[in-house]
Design a protein around this ligand. Sequence first.
Ligand code: ZN
Length: 116
Amino acid sequence: MHVYHNFFVLASSLLGTALALYWLCHGEVQTPELVVCVIMYVLTGLGMEVGFHRYFTHKSFKAHPIVRAALAIFGSMAAQTSPRFWVAVHRYHHAIVISQKTFTLLYLTSKASNNY
Ligand SMILES: [Zn+2]
């Protein structure tokens, strides 16, 4: 299922970029389109970084339910799967990265102590 989602996201992103370049080259991009582009960039960035990552994954702060809903909506607009799936994958990512760092640190520490 995620393969189709990834294909759709990649294909639509490439198509959207190609269309944007075409319209830009033909002078069809005006101020409203640029304003909407910047607003979407900021909102999806906030939704991903503040919402999905800091709030939903790491529970870094408390938020009012309206703010929580807005962060979930803005993050979902980035088309990176659902908040629940993104959080699960990101927590798994941190578990692996932390365990690899811990393993490396323990390995290096044991190697250093064996040299004495
Ligand atoms: Zn993280």
